[in-house]
Design a protein around this ligand. Structure first.
Ligand SMILES: [Mn+2]
Length: 498
């Protein structure tokens, strides 16, 4: 029964603070509105028909995910905030992106919201707390620069949010304190770190802290296996990313800077999706040897390679994570091709290890063996493969540094709070989506590397889903083999661009 959590009209209105950050102090260009202006602003607006919006695209999937979470924590109150806009400077904010776990459970993009799941017999009642939309009935529509409709556009509102997200109940965010005050009688778990107000509103004991960490891990692990809706959204993000890579290839011939490459890809990401899923790495020449090169302030030179690690984040917030290493002149040089083909061979070996029941780290082990044997053939490593691969040595890491896989989904490094036994030291299961991304990076000043190879950095990254019998490469349509990449570049350059 949900009785103990039901909202009773007789209860006094809680003196509640909304969980959003305190409004910034007034800037010099803020002018207090005189009463006459307020009175004038509040009248003579055309009445609005308040039609309820349609349900979000994957409402049934969001509902199913909430039921799965409910089953994991019977009898406990669960609090999942989405977080707030983050200040960039003074009164300007970064573009808001919802908290991943909150979004996974609701599909709601608005800031400041909180999902509270209240235990009832047989499960939970899902209560979504949102910022109400008072329309023109309240002066805040023109006085509140943080949430006023004339400043930032309208919020969806309470009844509209209930219709759109298909939750059991929707309430104004100001009711949160009252709901939590009653809820505290039972066990409460909160997803921490997204909202200071929520963190304060749900105080933790020492035992509670552990319970909250386990809750965050459970939320991450819930997302390890993707449902059908998620696989569709990931494929769409990968298709957008494919088009973004072709935009880059078209521009690459005349481009002068890495920043230009970043900008071209970003245009595709904003036109077709929400944003890029992470800072684009547009690394030309030896910049490719810096793994997370996002400064992108270098020049584009013919004869060099361009390592482009980029992903469109769709409006669904699922992101691709793709890397291609492209010869800027259209053709690989001999040494570039040798390194490229070794990395591609390592990726093939990793692909063969992606299947249910294999260790998450099995593809990594396979790729590292191929890279190591190739490094010996290239004259980079001067020892046996066994010696280089020995855990006590790991000499190969000098040239590759990172492992080849991470989970992919709403976050580029998805499910990051999962327990090690469920992820890094766990087994692959059908429905998991991961990257396979071996790389080799020969620093310009590395005296162990033959001079002809110094300054070459190559990474190849695809996004794959584990199937019942093996894997499917979701990004297989993006050319990968050296000859295919050259043909791809030639094809794009021949094509007249709009
Ligand atoms: Mn990646």
């Amino acid at each position: 029964m949900a009785a103990s959590f039901d909202r009773r009209a007789s209860e006094p209105a809680a003196p509640v603070a909304s969980p959003r950050a305190a409004p910034p102090a007034k800037a010099s260009h803020d002018v207090a509105a005189p009463p006459a202006l307020i009175a004038f602003m509040l009248k003579s607006w055309k009445p609005r028909p308040r039609r309820l919006p349609a349900k979000v695209a994957h409402a049934a999937a969001h509902h199913a995910r909430r039921r799965a979470l409910s089953a994991m924590f019977p009898g406990e109150v669960l609090v999942i905030p989405t977080g707030h806009e983050k200040v960039r400077a003074n009164d300007t904010h970064y573009r808001f992106r919802p908290g991943t776990d909150f979004f996974y459970l609701t599909g709601n993009h608005e800031p400041d919201c909180v999902l509270v799941m209240l235990p009832k017999r047989g499960g939970h009642e899902d209560v979504l707390l949102v910022e109400p939309n008072p329309g023109r009935a309240d002066k805040t529509f023109f006085t509140d620069r943080n949430k006023g409709e004339l400043w930032v556009g309208p919020r969806l509102g309470v009844p509209e949010s209930r219709a759109r997200f298909g939750v059991d109940r929707c309430a104004a965010i100001d009711e949160l304190t009252a709901i939590l005050a009653r809820a505290k009688r039972g066990g409460v778990r909160a997803l921490r770190g997204l909202s200071e107000k929520i963190d304060d509103a749900v105080p933790t004991t020492k035992a509670g802290k552990k319970a909250d960490q386990a809750f965050a891990a459970a939320l991450s692990e819930l997302r390890l296996k993707k449902d059908r809706a998620e696989l569709g959204e990931l494929s769409a993000a990968i298709a957008s990313t494919h088009r973004g890579f072709e935009d880059v290839i078209a521009r690459m011939r005349g481009a002068r800077s890495e920043r230009e490459i970043e900008g071209v890809f970003a245009l595709r990401a904003r036109v077709e999706g929400n944003d890029v899923g992470y800072g684009t790495i547009a690394a030309s020449g030896h910049h490719a040897c810096t793994l997370h090169w996002t400064r992108n302030d270098g020049a584009i030179k013919r004869g060099d390679l361009l390592l482009l690690d980029a992903g469109v984040e769709g409006n669904s917030l699922y992101t691709a994570d793709i890397t291609r290493t492209l010869p800027i002149s259209g053709r690989f040089t001999g040494p570039q091709r040798a390194v490229y083909e070794l990395v591609a061979a390592a990726q093939d070996a990793a692909f063969r290890e992606v299947r249910p029941g294999r260790d998450f780290l099995a593809p990594n082990r396979a790729a590292m063996r191929v890279l190591t044997e190739g490094l010996i053939e290239l004259g980079v490593l001067r020892c046996s493969a066994e010696e280089a691969l020995d855990d006590a040595h790991q000499y190969y890491k000098r040239y590759t540094l990172h492992n080849v896989s991470h989970m992919l989904g709403l976050d580029v490094h998805d499910c990051a709070k999962a327990r090690q036994e469920a992820y890094k030291f766990g087994k692959l299961e059908p429905g998991m989506v991961l990257t396979v991304e071996p790389g080799l990076y020969f620093q310009t000043d590395d005296l162990t590397v033959p001079a002809a190879l110094r300054g070459i950095g190559v990474r190849i990254e695809d996004d794959v889903v584990v199937t019942k019998t093996g894997m499917r490469n979701l990004s297989a349509a993006i050319p990968r083999d050296a000859a295919d990449v050259e043909a791809w570049i030639a094809r794009v350059w021949r094509k007249p661009r709009a």
